[in-house]
Design a protein around this ligand. Structure first.
Ligand SMILES: CC(C)(COP(=O)(O)OP(=O)(O)OC[C@H]1O[C@@H](n2cnc3c(N)ncnc32)[C@H](O)[C@@H]1OP(=O)(O)O)[C@@H](O)C(=O)NCCC(=O)NCCS
Length: 235
């Protein structure tokens, strides 16, 4: 099966959506993307004034400001949208979700990349009012909590909250994992009970390692690449 269309993907992500018609005609995020595609095409061919003009029209009609230079992947869903600002050198991957009030904003130009806005990788969700600032990367599958201020790279798959944003382990996930929601104690077979207990233990340890790695990554970016490989046994 192929990838879903933008409208189908929005319907799947928004419990309030009633029909594809409603999404196509009434959702400001869809309107903003329509104008951005045109503005970006002008921008890329050097017609920067026309690009800015179309982008400005899109802002009037949607309340969402996307710089015509921003690079946007497939199926971006900007929900509600009012107050969203996406800067010139921002890069957004596929299937990203942004809520209202999100800024993908610039700070100083990165001397290496020449960029000043964030990269947001595939499947990232950024909560309402969050500010993501500078030439940083929010890695794939990460989630940014509402009103967070993100100023450092976010590792893949984690949730960050607060000001400045830090990795948060969701309450439920710090507890022991319970497969299918059934506690091991309820299993009648002792072997199954033991395996269930071991799986729970492995899952808890896996989460703890992921948390420690994420903390180390925010303290020492790129440490995984720098870490010397352990010597082979017997060598
Ligand atoms: C960040 C978020 C994704 C976390 O969801 P989750 O993985 O289910 O995590 P939990 O709700 O279990 O929360 C984990 C911890 O982070 C805290 N937390 C959650 N969201 C937070 C936020 N936005 N800011 C600060 N702390 C937050 C919780 O209090 C909890 O802390 P604790 O364990 O010390 O009590 C979610 O809270 C969020 O902000 N989503 C955006 C929603 C949004 O913008 N909706 C707009 C719709 S119109």
């Amino acid at each position: 099966m192929g990838a879903p269309s933008l409208l189908d993907s929005i319907k799947a992500r928004d419990p309030a959506a009633r029909s594809l018609w409603e999404i196509a005609l009434l959702y400001p995020g869809v309107r903003a993307l329509f104008f951005h595609r045109i503005a970006h095409a002008f921008w890329r061919t050097g017609l920067t004034f026309l690009g800015r003009l179309v982008s400005e029209l899109g802002r009037w009609l949607s309340g969402i400001e996307i710089h015509p230079g921003a690079t946007i992947g497939k199926r971006l869903f900007i929900d509600h949208g009012t107050g969203v600002v996406i800067g010139e050198t921002a890069i957004i991957g596929n299937d990203v979700t942004l809520y209202h009030g999100v800024t993908l904003g610039g700070v100083a130009v990165n001397a290496v990349t020449g960029r000043r806005h964030p990269i947001v990788e595939d499947n990232v969700i950024i909560g309402a009012g969050a500010q993501v600032l500078g030439a940083i990367t929010v890695s794939r599958d990460a989630r940014v909590g509402a009103n967070a201020v993100v100023v450092k790279d976010v590792p893949p798959g984690v949730t960050v909250v607060g000001i400045p944003a830090q990795v948060a382990l969701p309450r439920a996930k710090t507890q022991t994992f319970v497969p299918y929601g059934s506690p091991c104690d309820d299993l009648p077979d002792p072997t199954s009970r033991a395996i269930c207990g071991l799986l729970n233990e492995v899952e808890a340890l896996r989460r703890r390692v992921a948390q420690l790695e994420a903390e180390r990554e925010s303290a020492v970016p790129g440490w995984k690449q720098e870490e010397p490989r352990p010597a082979k046994l017997g060598s």
